[in-house]
Write a protein that binds this ligand. Structure first.
Ligand SMILES: Cc1cc2nc3c(=O)[nH]c(=O)nc-3n(C[C@H](O)[C@H](O)[C@H](O)COP(=O)(O)OP(=O)(O)OC[C@H]3O[C@@H](n4cnc5c(N)ncnc54)[C@H](O)[C@@H]3O)c2cc1C
Length: 533
């Protein structure tokens, strides 16, 4: 548990938000982009935040693991979606939980759930609080006395490691760095690196079916889960450790993506790998985004399985400092702990050239310990990690800025791309007078890509959330109309419910409600997420 304070309203560490000078520089850049004066607004201070008095008191037997301190309640009020950042920045912490519960072990988790059932208190499982879909918001449904956020941060150990089968038993509250540090010390790695890696947790990844950095193959956390243990209000749900099983519907599958409505994930056996020794990377430039997309399709259908196969459109490449805005860029990479990668990269570049790509610098090969010059891939990685801090800084400038993502078939992609671009550009024009939209592929599959969009538009003070809502609605409607999913890896939460409800088959929705009723008959767990309270 880190002593370094987290920003109570914005992304990440308090001390890592761009400085006043940096924000002034950014304001000048954004002002030039939108042709208007942009001025940084003063940062909020925690001491100026006021909260309603808690509706609940912790019972004596939970006193040691409960807190109603202001800082804890504030830090557990919102995830890190754009509207969360705006509400936090404007010191509006209305939906703060009444209590924060910090279990140390499974017995504590069970006691917290029993408290919820007995006292009619909603319990919202909380990992790192990086949800971008309202997944951890403490909404108190009718008939409940209050809401407690159940934070798993004290359960953050790597408990066991099976080197023979290559799996590790890890507690759900471990953040990316916490679990990687311990695995790396033993020569292994989970190699699941979502952009939120530094602050999100294993339990959150499993509960939201997070997507990591691999562009192909093992991208979703689903592929890395061997077995999982969940404490529900009616007992422990633990699956058997096996590499695969055909024994009926998989119990793990129901937990994956359950977003805290069925139980609290306490630990999981996760598939781990040795750290890669060989790496290869190349940047391929395309005059047309569509040609780069064709290369991605051919690459994913080739059986080469590149680790990285990220296509950035020209605007995205320019914003990330990877190209000058005149070409799309395909960032291609391979890694292996077992073999050098020349044959794979050589064939991948043949495919990439075949659709009109050019790779002026050729491929870079790296053996463990080699130092290589910073390249476009490195520039992109740096910008990728800084992006969440940049988004918070843009919020302080009154800019409406967010990302949304989907997945669709290769057949549907061209139409989806056109429809989404048109709908979002029109919505930005109506709501903000204009804006900028970029696209990249975060993950690619043999049957389709996962396109990821970023938009930026000038906001009007006090109306930013309404402006964002109009753009988000237009984007989500366009995605649904074009046959895409409402989310490839950001999860459903509260924000995506209307589109998720239309996407899932009705008999499945009834089955999910029945499953929830079976394990959480009092409906205390994360009410309103995935199913109605
Ligand atoms: C800047 C930024 C970058 C991001 N990048 C990515 C990315 O690359 N890939 C990606 O997939 N997502 C990404 N996300 C979204 C988010 O990080 C993921 O959804 C992540 O999996 C959430 O993990 P968390 O530990 O923060 O969970 P939280 O936000 O705390 O919770 C998310 C959901 O999971 C439930 N939950 C959490 N822990 C448990 C548990 N132990 N048991 C049961 N339910 C639980 C919560 O109730 C909630 O419904 C990003 C978000 C931000 C803000």
């Amino acid at each position: 548990v880190s002593e370094r304070p987290r920003n109570f309203w914005g992304w990440g560490w308090e001390d890592a938000l761009p400085s006043e000078d940096a924000r002034r520089g950014l304001a000048a850049q954004v002002g030039a982009l939108f042709g208007r004066d942009v001025v940084p607004r003063p940062l909020p201070r925690l001491e100026d935040v006021t909260l309603d008095a808690p509706r609940l008191r912790a019972p004596a037997h939970l006193a040691e693991i409960a807190s109603d301190a202001k800082r804890e309640r504030v830090l557990h009020t919102f995830g890190r979606a754009y509207p969360d950042l705006v509400r936090g920045f404007t010191k509006d912490f209305g939906p703060a939980p009444d209590l924060v519960l910090l279990p140390r072990n499974e017995a504590d988790v069970a006691a917290c759930l029993a408290f919820g059932v007995e006292q009619r208190v909603a319990i919202v499982p909380f990992g790192g609080g990086t949800s971008v879909v309202g997944g951890i918001e403490c909404v108190c449904p009718q008939g409940m006395r209050g809401v407690a956020s159940l934070d798993m941060r004290r359960m953050n150990e790597v408990l066991d490691l099976d080197e023979t089968s290559r799996a590790a038993r890890i507690q759900a509250g471990a953040t990316g760095p916490a679990l990687e540090t311990k695995l790396v010390a033993r020569g292994f790695s989970l190699r699941h690196f979502p952009q939120s890696f530094e602050h999100s947790t294993l339990g959150g990844w499993i509960a939201t079916r997070a997507g990591g950095h691999y562009a192909t193959l093992m991208t979703h956390i689903d592929d890395l889960v061997e077995s999982v243990r969940v404490v529900t209000p009616t007992g422990v749900w633990a699956s058997r450790r096996v590499p695969a099983s055909g024994a009926g519907p998989s119990p793990d599958r129901l937990v994956l993506g359950s977003e805290g409505i069925l139980g609290v994930i306490t630990e999981a056996w996760m598939r781990i790998v040795p750290r890669p020794r060989w790496r290869a990377s190349a940047n391929v430039y395309y005059a047309r985004f569509a040609d780069g997309a064709e290369a991605c399709r051919a690459l994913t259908q080739s059986g080469l399985h590149p680790t990285n196969c990220r296509l950035l459109d020209a605007r995205e490449a320019m914003l990330h400092g990877v190209a000058d805005g005149s070409s799309a860029v395909l960032l291609l990479g391979f890694e292996s702990a077992d073999h050098p990668l020349e044959p794979w990269m050589t064939r991948a570049l043949e495919i990439a050239h075949g659709t009109g790509g050019v790779c002026p610098k050729g491929a870079i090969y790296k053996d463990a310990g080699d130092k290589v010059e910073a390249d476009a891939g490195a520039a992109w990685r740096r910008a990728f990690l800084d992006a969440p801090y940049l988004q918070s800084a843009l919020v302080t400038l009154g800019i409406v800025v967010d990302t949304f993502e989907t997945a669709c078939t290769w057949l549907d992609f061209p139409d989806l791309y056109v429809k989404v671009e048109r709908a979002v550009n029109e919505a930005m024009k109506d709501a903000c007078g204009g804006g900028l939209l970029t696209c990249r592929f975060t993950h690619v599959y043999p049957d389709g890509p996962a396109p990821y969009f970023t938009f930026l538009a000038p906001g009007r003070e006090g109306e930013e959330v309404a402006q964002w809502r109009a753009i988000k609605r237009a984007a989500s409607d366009a995605i649904a109309a074009a046959g895409g999913t409402i989310t490839h890896h950001h999860a459903v939460g509260r924000t995506h419910r209307p589109w998720y409800d239309k996407e899932r088959p009705e008999p499945f929705a009834r089955a999910l409600v029945a499953a929830k009723r079976a394990v959480d008959p009092s409906g205390i767990l994360n009410p309103g997420v995935l199913v109605d309270p």
